[in-house]
Design a protein around this ligand. Structure first.
Ligand SMILES: Nc1ncnc2c1ncn2[C@@H]1O[C@H](COP(=O)(O)OP(=O)(O)OP(=O)(O)O)[C@@H](O)[C@H]1O
Ligand SMILES: [Mg+2]
Length: 367
């Protein structure tokens, strides 16, 4: 913890990015910046535009647009990942990447930050990449005894070569209704509920627009339960879990439209109406997935609770969850006794601690 009088930490907030969730990131970043304690931190907003260029901004961005941060167009462009931009500025102490989706939370940015030896908030390269790939994440989870909904994988090559064979596999192994979804995506982009054989081909060709690997999953009548996870500051101790929340979409499923185009697309319920045993089951899955995927910092774990069987399944893990003040991740923490500002402090402290631990590792093998 910092005591007063100590030098302020320079926090670079990295936001925007080249994914479909660019706009969500602008809102998440605005909330994060507004809530970072300015008595402890000096904040530098660094916006990545949709073309992938990095723009260094200033706190004026927040004054101009408090709800959704814009990207500075007049400031210096940053040649990645070199910082300081000019010698007169100090270097950054920690980066808070607050971007979602491919090229943002999939380990690519994290790799760049590793190379530049900057401490950063959230999971490292491995967990970020694995968390982004729904197929690999589920395989690892399954290996740890975490229940996942039955699914098969189709590769674009197989599909183009022999679509009938893929169709037959789906009918035999999964049946209808099923969900078709790109393995690496987010925001329900390319996700389809397929009710019969005739709808399968169009759903698959759309999903293959976004990734060369697609999951076809048994559709279940599910309640959607989410738990926020935070790394334990005590090394080696199990991660901390929030109370569960629930998202009840008002559409047939939690589609892109329900998420972003319809203000009343879903009801958020905190806490989720669950009995004590169900709360424990949901929290156990959340803890186990975070650990199995070797996550660090934070993650939001999304689960299905089968309305028919009463069984929980892991749906997916988000290593950089939405972070606006009304987003599920911080709201669940707030309801579990960790206010938004405190959450930011803890995440930054965890980032610095991991960096210290890494630097303590032996480099004796170097000549
Ligand atoms: N097997 C399933 N059974 C029932 N509903 C499902 C299933 N798979 C997906 N859905 C519905 O589709 C939505 C989107 O699916 P999923 O969460 O897998 O995609 P996403 O694009 O990764 O979303 P995110 O932005 O959370 O990463 C879910 O929230 C749920 O409403
Ligand atoms: Mg989802």
């Amino acid at each position: 913890m910092m005591s007063s009088g100590k030098k302020k930490l320079r926090v670079g907030v990295l936001y925007g990015g080249r994914s479909g969730e660019h706009e969500i990131s602008l809102q998440s970043a605005a909330s994060v910046i507004k809530n970072l304690d300015t008595s402890r931190y000096d904040i530098l907003p660094i916006g990545i535009d949709k073309q992938g260029r990095w723009h260094v901004g200033s706190m004026k961005l927040i004054q101009d647009s408090p709800k959704t941060l814009s990207i500075a167009q007049d400031g210096p462009e940053m040649a990645l990942p070199s910082y300081p931009v000019s010698k007169s500025e100090g270097s950054l102490d920690v980066i808070f990447p607050i971007m979602h989706g491919p090229l943002c939370e999939d380990g690519t940015i994290q790799g760049l930050l590793e190379l530049s030896e900057l401490p950063y908030v959230g999971s490292g390269v491995l967990a970020s990449a694995v968390g982004m790939d729904k197929d690999v994440a589920k395989r690892l989870a399954r290996d740890s005894g975490i229940p996942v909904v039955p699914y098969v994988v189709a590769k674009k090559g197989q599909w183009l070569k022999d679509p009938k064979k893929v169709g037959a596999l789906v009918e035999k192994e999964i049946g209808f209704p099923c969900f078709v979804k790109p393995s690496n995506m987010g925001s329900s982009v390319g996700v389809h509920k397929v009710k019969s054989t005739t709808d399968l081909a169009p759903a698959l060709s759309d999903a293959f627009k976004y990734d060369s690997k697609v999951l076809i999953e048994k559709a279940i009548a599910a309640r959607e339960i989410e738990v926020s996870v935070l790394e334990n500051a005590k090394e080696g101790e199990p991660p901390l879990v929030s109370i569960p929340g629930e998202i009840a979409p008002t559409h047939e499923f939690y589609s892109y439209e329900a998420k972003y185009l319809d203000e009343n697309g879903a009801h958020l319920m905190i806490p989720a109406k669950l009995d004590a045993k169900q709360v424990e089951q949901a929290q156990k899955i959340a803890r186990d997935v975070f650990t199995a995927l070797e996550c660090e910092g934070m993650a939001r774990v999304d689960m299905f609770l089968d309305k028919n069987s009463g069984k929980f399944y892991l749906n997916e893990i988000n290593t950089l969850p939405g972070f606006t003040q009304i987003s599920m991740y911080p709201k669940l923490w707030e309801a579990s006794g960790v206010p938004y500002k405190e959450l930011l402090n803890r995440l930054i402290e965890l980032a610095l601690e991991r960096h210290r631990r890494k630097q303590d590792l032996s480099r004796e093998y170097l000549p």
